[in-house]
Design a protein around this ligand. Sequence first.
Ligand code: FES
Length: 103
Amino acid sequence: MSQWIDVAAEDEIFEGSAIAVTPQGRDIAVYKTESGEVFATNNICSHGNARLCDGYLEGHEVECPHHQGRFDIRSGQPTEPPCIAPIKTYPVKINGGRVFLEI
Ligand code: FES
């Protein structure tokens, strides 16, 4: 059964960047776009052993730091090779300045 878990303060995440959080031992990247929207995906790239929190966020796309593949952080769908397999996304809500993920 899924539950909402408090993972970070919203102001810990700067616009245009991501942080890593590890609720229940999962490695999850939480992103804030330049316009202040927050999204969450699995942190590990589906193409290899790279952490997307170390990548480059542009609009709604994150570029993997390893081979520059890309994913849409809203859907987890790959948008640029060599990434082919999607990554898991997590529902996000902001409440009282805290970021909650449904896990
Ligand atoms: S490990 Fe991410 S693109 Fe290769």
